[in-house]
Design a protein around this ligand. Structure first.
Ligand code: SF4
Ligand code: SF4
Length: 470
């Protein structure tokens, strides 16, 4: 594996910059190119502390979704796990306080603690979702087809979607208002307790950043219930729909309406006043709903046999966040280049780069070649599948399985997922399409030496010359 970072902080010539405390040099420590702050903090520790806080942001988002569900129907064990996660958040923030720690190895060990909490929070969230909504099963979803009065819901909060569907049903409006998903809401269609609402119709659009195009064409109302929302400053198109845009809980932008105290009536009433949806009449279909429990249940034995019989040669995890730009076409190119005896496991909104493709099944089996585990917080499923396969095959180290990992990172939820994988000792991960600017050479060397972490080069054959063979 090539596994080398090539981008050495292009675009930022300062080794570091810190305004954290009163001792800050004029303009901020590091603003004149110093390699150390007044307190003695060096660039590497500063960047590692930034990385800890980025991981904590992703962790906090998942933690908040878990808390909402635990409040509704959590048990003692789940409360305990939430408390353990909270302790890591508090301790890690304390760790980054001025003049607390200047030890490199202890920074790494704190990062791993954040990663371990990431594993816990994803497992917790996954089991809370399945407890509340059932275990997802593979489901074909209409894409870009809509009719009637419509609400388009974007984000990760499945609990909010269920409450909305329930309220529409309570008001006897299920045959008048249809609900559609956008971006990370797509996996909602796989959950049995959501599927039972016949007015949860289909998916519209792709990853989060097409929302300005899609929402401005949508005649109905739109809701964004978590990150990633696009503010008006980033697109003049937001003006076209800001009066039809609703936000939920922590999400907010100027001009949009807030859903207060889970009162969905203003949103529902507003939707009834708007014209029927037009302009979405595609025949496309996409598939979602391969929760890891369903995969292990339905295909576990078959996957093992297919590996033993040489019918299934390699598993690819191609997942992560989508973002604007052509660089991520790399992941589509990669998915298309895989031999037929390779399968793809995916999650998060990066899947929209290739989920329109019909990958079929592994020849000689009925194992689907495309497996959508769900939202970004469902990325833990890939680890559960790998561990189950390793265990069944008697492979001690999961890194010895024929698995290749190519991740897209965009924001801090992707960072906590990466830290979670590293904390589990998963190696040989390729990230991209850009090298993280927060990593300097010392951090990069550490990651390459200990985890063989790499950044994609843009050329799939260069990065995966050995793996892209049948
Ligand atoms: S924490 Fe250290 S590096 Fe940061 S501003 Fe204070 S003295 Fe400077
Ligand atoms: S996967 Fe990442 S980029 Fe995509 S919607 Fe979720 S948090 Fe945002």
């Amino acid at each position: 594996m090539l596994g080398l970072f090539t981008n050495k902080n292009e675009g930022c010539n300062l080794p570091f910059l810190c305004w954290q405390c009163e001792m800050s040099a004029p303009g901020g420590c590091g603003s004149h190119g110093e390699s150390k702050g007044v307190c003695g903090k060096d660039a590497t520790k500063s960047r590692l502390q930034d990385l800890i806080t980025y991981g904590l942001r992703g962790l906090s988002a998942y933690r908040e979704h878990a808390r909402e569900l635990i409040e509704k129907h959590g048990n003692e064990e789940e409360h305990k796990t939430l408390k353990e996660i909270d302790d890591v958040i508090a301790q890690s923030l304390y760790f980054t306080l001025t003049n607390v720690n200047f030890n490199f190895n202890e920074h790494i060990s704190q990062l791993m603690k954040v990663g371990e909490a990431g594993v816990k929070v994803m497992d917790l969230l996954s089991s809370l979702h399945t407890k509340a909504l059932g275990i997802p099963t593979p489901t074909k979803v209409t894409q870009n087809k809509a009719e009637g009065k419509g609400i388009l819901v974007s984000g990760h909060n499945l609990d909010m979607l269920e409450k909305l569907l329930k309220r529409i049903e309570e008001r006897g409006l299920s045959d008048k208002i249809n609900v559609y998903t956008h971006s990370e809401m797509l996996p909602a269609h796989g959950y049995p307790h959501l599927k039972k609402y016949k007015n949860l119709k289909g998916n519209i659009g792709k990853a989060w950043f097409d929302q300005t195009d899609i929402f401005s064409k949508w005649n109905g109302t739109c809701v964004v219930n978590t990150n990633c929302i696009v503010p008006p400053e980033k697109s003049p198109k937001v003006k076209n729909y800001i009066d039809r845009l609703y936000t939920y809980k922590i999400v907010g932008i100027e001009g949009a309406k807030k859903i207060e105290n889970d009162n969905f009536d203003p949103l529902i009433d507003h939707t009834l006043e708007l014209p029927d949806i037009t302009g979405f009449d595609s025949d496309e279909k996409i598939v979602t709903g391969h929760h890891y429990k369903t995969v292990l249940d339905a295909y576990g034995e078959k996957v093992l046999n297919a590996i033993k019989e040489g019918k299934l040669k390699r598993v690819w995890v191609i997942a992560g966040c989508d973002a604007p730009g052509k660089k991520r076409n790399y992941y589509r190119e990669l998915a298309l280049a895989l031999p037929k005896d390779h399968i793809i496991i995916t999650s998060s909104c990066g899947k929209f780069r290739f989920n329109d493709i019909d990958f079929g099944v592994v020849p000689g089996t009925d194992i689907p070649r495309y497996i959508d585990l769900g939202q970004c917080n469902d990325s833990n499923g890939a680890v559960h599948i790998a561990l189950a396969v390793a265990n069944a095959l008697g492979v001690e180290d999961v890194n010895n399985l024929p698995v290749s990992i190519a991740l897209m990172w965009m924001e801090q939820k992707a960072i906590i997922i990466l830290l979670a994988l590293l904390s589990l000792g998963i190696k040989d991960i390729f990230i991209g399409p850009s090298a993280p600017q927060f990593a300097n050479e010392e951090i990069i060397n550490f990651l390459v030496k200990n985890f063989n972490l790499g950044v994609i080069s843009g050329d799939i054959h260069k990065d995966f010359s050995k793996e892209l063979v049948s």
